[in-house]
Write a protein that binds this ligand. Structure first.
Ligand code: ZN
Length: 408
């Protein structure tokens, strides 16, 4: 009898799952009294959330120096029933075990900041905003995860699938933390949600970003030396004008910018080394490769025309991360429904550049979003609006529970 009942109940659950649209599913989760209780807990916990958010932010954590901040986060996690461990990259991993039969959902927030070691950070609250370097990127999302765990516990929510809260190292300096985790856990993770930036929407692809410094090298000389050869600024100017004539597609989303240039150090000398930078971005690696080739051809032609040579330094390169079928994945559909249910519409944005790319490049279904609106990321004037964070935390909680499934 017992066997028949459980088989029957599984059948009923499966029927429900398949009959429901993602919007219906999310709505039913949102209306679950336990989820409502969790939302209430977030509202009651407002002052505690703000205090804790500031306390974490005031522990500066430059990339590869996250240990002190990690230890503090770990001490907060120890208050909940979680499996806690570190991996070889220094990532702090806290698993809230599910009751079984659900997908493994990972939420990632990175611990590192871009600020110099030893920087004293003191947050100030003014006009509904909180100001401190690193308050937004990415501490708001660390706090969102801690507040989510507390609210789940307070409302006694059990999920079917495991919820993994992953506090990563070194996002800002090369994503080595997320690269290590996704490499180690490939095949064990169903959904990977990188919380970094973002609030009203989410992205489901990683943009490729390549930075170059191109040099024209010529003989130089005094202003009054025989001309030609001219200053190396001449092929530079011609090349820049031609590069800006190149067609940069908007679909797939792509961008090109020449932001820096330099020539001689003095007015009365021809530049022997004139350089400029190119910032090339696209969600398609083919587009990047194509533009890279066209730019190289222009540089060669203009160098020859001026009797000079070209040297290219790649400052940094990270490939576009696009997973075929990700747009139609359950994760993207549920994320879309969750954003709409929380009043964010339209929610699907352009490609991002964060730890989500590391997951996508390992073939793991992934999106990126965030828990609150902030400004001046990577600047000493960085600040966030306080009030929207509470809604952002509810969004993260609803997303986690909708994906992992509430255990009846
Ligand atoms: Zn970040």
């Amino acid at each position: 009898m017992r066997f028949i009942l459980s088989t029957l109940s599984i059948f009923v659950i499966l029927c429900n799952v398949f009959a429901q649209t993602p919007a219906d599913h999310v709505k039913s989760v949102q209306e679950d009294p336990r989820v409502k209780a969790a939302f209430d807990h977030i509202d009651k916990d407002r002052d505690g959330i703000l205090r804790e958010w500031i306390a974490i932010t005031e522990i500066n954590a430059p990339s590869k120096q996250e240990q002190e901040r990690a230890k503090y986060i770990e001490s907060l996690l120890r208050k909940s029933k979680l499996d806690i461990r570190y991996d070889s990259a220094g990532n702090l991993i806290a698993t809230r075990k599910g009751t079984g039969g659900g997908p493994v959902t990972v939420f990632d927030a990175h611990m590192d900041t871009v600020f110099q070691p030893g920087l004293k950070i003191k947050a100030t609250v003014r006009d509904g905003r909180v100001y401190a370097p690193g308050i937004g990127d990415d501490t708001r999302n660390i706090e969102a995860l801690l507040a989510t765990i507390r609210a789940l516990d307070a409302a006694k929510i059990k999920t079917k699938g495991d919820l993994v809260f992953l506090f990563t190292t070194d996002e800002e300096a090369g994503m080595t933390g997320a690269k290590q985790y996704t490499k180690d856990n490939k095949g064990k993770v169903d959904y990977y949600i990188a919380l970094d930036g973002g609030y009203e929407g989410f992205t489901y692809a990683g943009i490729g970003i390549n930075w170059y410094r191109h040099h024209f090298i010529g003989p130089g000389g005094h202003t009054r030396s025989r001309t030609p050869p001219y200053s190396a600024t001449l092929p530079l100017a011609r090349a820049i004008a031609r590069i800006y004539e190149l067609k940069v597609p908007s679909n797939p989303s792509s961008n090109l910018n020449i932001g820096m240039l330099s020539g001689s150090e003095v007015v009365n000398a021809k530049a022997s080394d004139a350089w400029f930078t190119v910032d090339l971005r696209s969600t398609s690696n083919d587009v990047i490769a194509d533009l890279e080739q066209k730019i190289a051809a222009i540089l060669d032609e203009e160098a020859k025309r001026a009797g000079m040579t070209v040297k290219t330094d790649v400052i940094s390169a990270s490939p576009a991360a696009v997973l075929p079928g990700n747009r139609e994945s359950n994760l993207v559909k549920i994320a879309e429904a969750v954003h709409r249910a929380m009043g964010f519409d339209p929610p699907i944005g352009n490609a991002g550049s964060n730890n989500s790319s590391a997951a996508l490049l390992q073939g793991i279904t992934s999106i990126s979003t965030g828990a609150g609106p902030c400004s001046d990321s990577h600047a000493l004037t960085e600040n966030c609006e306080i009030d929207p964070l509470y809604r952002g935390i509810k969004k993260i909680l609803l997303l986690g529970v909708s994906l992992a499934g509430v255990d009846q």
